[in-house]
Design a binder for this molecule. Sequence first.
Ligand code: EPZ
Length: 421
Amino acid sequence: MDRLIINGGKQLKGTISVSGSKNATLPIAVAAAILADSASVIHNVPDLRDIDSLCAVLQVLGATTKFKNSTLYIEPGNRIAYEAPYDLVRKMRASIYVLGPLVARLGVAKVSFPGGCAIGPRPVDLHLKGLQQLGAEIEIDGGYIIARTDRLVGAEMYLRGPHGSSVGATANVMMASTLAEGQTTIRGAACEPEVADLANFLNVMGADIEGIGTSTLTIRGVKQLHGTEYAIIPDRIEAGTFMVAGAITGGDVFVKQAPAQHLGVTSEKLMEAGVQLDWTDDGVRVRTPQALQAVDIVTDTYPGFPTDMQAQMMGLLSITPGVSTITEGIYLDRFMHASELNRMGADIRVEGNRAVVRGKPKLSGAPVMASDLRAGAVLVLAGMAAAGETIVSRIYHIDRGYEGIEEKLRGIGADIIRVSD
Ligand code: EPZ
């Protein structure tokens, strides 16, 4: 397995570019492969393991996919299979996205029940509830979800769960309702930019969706959708991660293509902590001209503070004077990175879904282990700020969501190399 070896203490300086959004690409690729009756060309697609894994699932379902120079070509199969097998789905939670499109297109779908992961249980009850409201019959058998219908019929529904709106359930049900008979209204829909990007893509394919970006989506079913050409939005979480990289090393970094309009609360919190952000049309300059100050973070659904930026912020607050608190409002157990940061000399105490972070003057390098995508990212950030050498193992978690992370960070002065065992 690969590891990253980082020698910390260098102030990062220069321009680092943001790739396309992983979490917009995943549902858009599914829509192109299953809902369309012709080929699509999708630009600004990041080169990530998650995208590769999803394409493997789409190929099993009959689609042809080809990825080159950030462009993904997708040709739907003229015969679409309806089963997404366990050995592929277990590697790729987002495969659950094929459920709605398959049952809308074929009237049947068989998808392995996705497992949990390091950030806690990942239920799909809202996905199933929404599809049932559209008329799908759902059965769980042998670890598979089997959905069947003669024809989906539009319906009114409310799709929030105990932790608020659901990105995945909104995407799944919205995709299915584009081919349902009549009108569907989804109240309590997720407003994340990635859901809006999917809705925009579906409309370019010929769907009829209104309320994009709001918590009430209205979808009028159409007979068919056609392939199209489209460019994915920039990845706001990768951008936020690089903004923290500039701040945690006390550097002067320009994050090119950072989407200002999707980073409102993240920017506010960084500025409240004393980070100087200068936004221009094509990105943001990040500096820390003054001492940082402790802040309190509560993660929430969009436009609140993103849970996918929680770990990165914890890394920054680990070396911010004072006592900060982080409350995780979305996942039950997304603090695995706290113990790894404590191995580097941080002082973080986790109490349920709340972490208390007492800032230390400096972290010290250590061998640490990534437990999930964003936990891995914060260990790289902390390693770049720490004195001495940090070795991050299990970086396949990082490769799921960050395109060429070590090359990009080396480009702004980080001392970081990848070694393969
Ligand atoms: C998406 O996951 C993202 N993944 C996650 O990013 C992100 O953390 C999450 O949204 C929240 O923003 C992709 O887009 C591929 P949810 P998703 O459904 O759709 C509960 C990353 O780092 N819930 O919005 O699975 C759920 O347990 C990944 O890129 C139900 O209760 O998240 C959670 O507490 C990690 N029932 C909350 O809702 C359901 O049926 C939000 O989950 C579905 C979800």
